[in-house]
Design a protein around this ligand. Structure first.
Ligand SMILES: Cc1cc2nc3c(=O)[nH]c(=O)nc-3n(C[C@H](O)[C@H](O)[C@H](O)COP(=O)(O)OP(=O)(O)OC[C@H]3O[C@@H](n4cnc5c(N)ncnc54)[C@H](O)[C@@H]3O)c2cc1C
Length: 503
């Protein structure tokens, strides 16, 4: 590849080799273009591997991209049972790793190579003439610290949001002292492997879990199990709401037994006193190397030293708690810093592409029922630049891999100039929409009956952007919460707006 290589012969750069990045690469290959994938981790699907101990809620049949299947089938790959719910580790071992190892993809993936900037050759974002016909310039840095510039005909950013968790503090800002506590390793990853890889970090220690979603529930249950084996383990749980009940779901009455059981186990742990719940708590400060222990109150200090003193505001005023570790289950946000020279069109609330943002805003939506959508909805003023996958949902937590697979099929068709295929949204998700094993429930999704009907139901999503916008949460959904059947929920019925008290 030289300076004079025509634009159309340059590779399509894909940022991140997660499920959606790898799917994008397979579509690029299928259209006889050349993918070049940069992956910051030491191996493909590095982010999924970090939460490999967590069980997915979507069964295999929704987790495999069609173009990827076509690449894998001739290799003797055995497709897993479509109804089985894999763990993240199984998703990597039985699908993503074999996909990355196919001859078509293996030589196109550069691991341990982080994209640190994207621009256009010779043009910062203020330069307009000839911009759309100018190659992209993608700057990377490898683990040795070497920086390299690459030219590309198009760029698909599928770098996810796993590496940029929301801060613990109030107002979307880090708490005072939070960066130092993170630097010191006292704030863990959002989903630590409490019973496996990270066990020693938690056994016999005091962990504070912050947040009220699915991740918090998973971590609290794992800590509860660890506490049975290591009784000196102490578990605290801080939430902004006044009552943790919304996290428990419907128990025995729940439409989904697995979800109900999860909530019931969590409730039992709390009621048995294994978990100390701190409601109405907003973290304001983290201070390293506390000299005394306290209990989110100013009265019950002991003299056992802990690694951190966490201060917060509560309904009773300012209070503090000493703990050894904080587990931040407060959601994620996209890292847009390396896209500074790219002309983006993002929703001012969710930081998703403008057309998509209102459909997934967690203030109004509680589940991942957004219809499949493609290149048109995901396009930016910067021609041939797209954000896809988890990152395309910005700060909304309800993304599904299957949605991402349809995104990149359409995006790659658009890059290849096949606008008809790009516009023809192929419904990968069942027409009834998807949503599932959360620990809350939602009316944003079809009822079990409409799922069985397979007729789209009154809430069934239509393709958006390319056709009519989906009327999620509207129309005949009415106001009665329905069981969720597949998807990452916010944990709140009808979105945060309906629960001013929550989180
Ligand atoms: C715990 C958990 C459970 C989930 N369960 C489900 C489920 O059951 N079903 C479902 O459909 N969805 C699920 N999701 C949501 C979503 O589908 C997954 O997060 C999925 O992994 C998103 O794929 P992705 O390719 O967009 O991003 P990721 O999987 O996050 O991949 C992004 C990749 O980009 C790399 N990267 C990041 N920054 C850079 C950079 N600057 N340069 C180069 N590389 C970079 C990362 O190392 C990573 O490998 C779950 C998410 C989580 C966190």
């Amino acid at each position: 590849m030289t300076e004079s290589t025509p634009l159309a012969e340059l590779p399509v750069v894909i940022i991140g080799a997660g499920p959606v990045g790898l799917a994008a690469a397979t579509h690029v290959v299928a259209r006889d273009m050349e993918p070049l994938i940069f992956e910051a981790g030491s191996r493909p699907a590095a982010a999924v591997s970090q939460w490999g101990h967590i069980g997915l809620f979507s069964p295999w049949k929704y987790n495999i991209d069609q173009a990827a299947r076509a690449l894998l089938d001739p290799t003797g790959w055995v497709e897993p049972n479509g109804d089985y719910l894999p763990t993240g580790a199984e998703l990597v071992a039985e699908y993503l790793a074999p996909l990355a190892a196919t001859p078509q993809l293996s030589n196109t993936i550069r691991t341990q190579t982080r994209v640190i900037a994207v621009s256009r050759v010779g043009k910062d974002r203020t330069r307009t003439p000839g911009r759309g016909d100018t190659p992209f310039l993608v700057r990377t840095q490898n683990v040795q610290g070497e920086i390299e510039d690459h030219r590309a005909r198009a760029v698909i950013d599928t770098s996810g949001t796993w590496e940029s968790p929301n801060p613990l503090g109030q107002a979307g800002l880090p708490a005072i002292g939070e960066p130092a506590a993170r630097e010191a390793g006292l704030v863990t990853s959002p989903l630590p492997d409490v019973l496996g890889r990270d066990r020693a970090q938690f056994a016999g220690r005091h962990a504070l879990v912050v947040g009220a979603g699915h991740s918090a529930a998973n971590t609290l249950l794992a800590l509860g199990e660890l506490r049975e084996a290591e009784p000196s383990t102490r578990i605290s749980w801080a939430i902004r709401g006044t009552d943790p009940a919304s996290v428990y779901g419907g128990g025995d009455q729940d439409g989904l037994p697995a979800r109900g059981a999860l909530g019931t186990r969590l409730r039992n742990l709390v009621e048995a006193g294994a978990i100390e719940v701190h409601t109405s708590t907003t973290i304001t400060e983290l201070r390293i190397a506390a000299q005394t222990n306290s209990d989110f109150s100013t009265t019950s200090a002991t003299d056992i030293p802990s690694a951190l003193t966490i201060t917060g505001t509560t309904s009773a005023g300012a209070a503090s708690l000493d703990a050894d570790l904080v587990v931040p289950t407060t959601g994620f946000r996209p890292d847009l810093s390396f896209l500074r020279e790219i002309r983006l069109d993002l929703d001012s609330i969710v930081e998703a592409p403008t057309g998509l943002g209102p459909l997934i805003d967690p203030e109004h939506h509680s589940c991942g029922t957004v219809a499949p959508h493609g290149a048109r909805l995901l396009s930016h003023p910067e021609k041939d630049f797209y954000i896809a996958g988890m990152k395309s949902y910005g700060r909304a937590p309800t993304f599904l891999m299957a949605t991402g697979y349809e995104q990149v099929r359409s995006i790659v068709a658009a890059i290849a100039g096949d606008q008809a295929a790009a516009d023809k949204v192929e419904l990968v998700l069942p027409e009834t929409g998807v949503c599932s094993a959360d620990i809350g429930s939602s009316c944003d999704v079809p009822s079990a009956a409409s799922v069985a009907d397979d007729d789209g139901g009154c809430c069934g999503p239509a393709p958006v952007g390319e056709a009519e916008p989906a009327a999620e949460g509207s129309g005949c959904c009415g106001s009665t919460p329905q069981p969720v059947t597949l998807g990452i929920p916010t944990g709140l019925e009808h979105g945060r707006g309906a629960h001013q008290d929550a989180r």
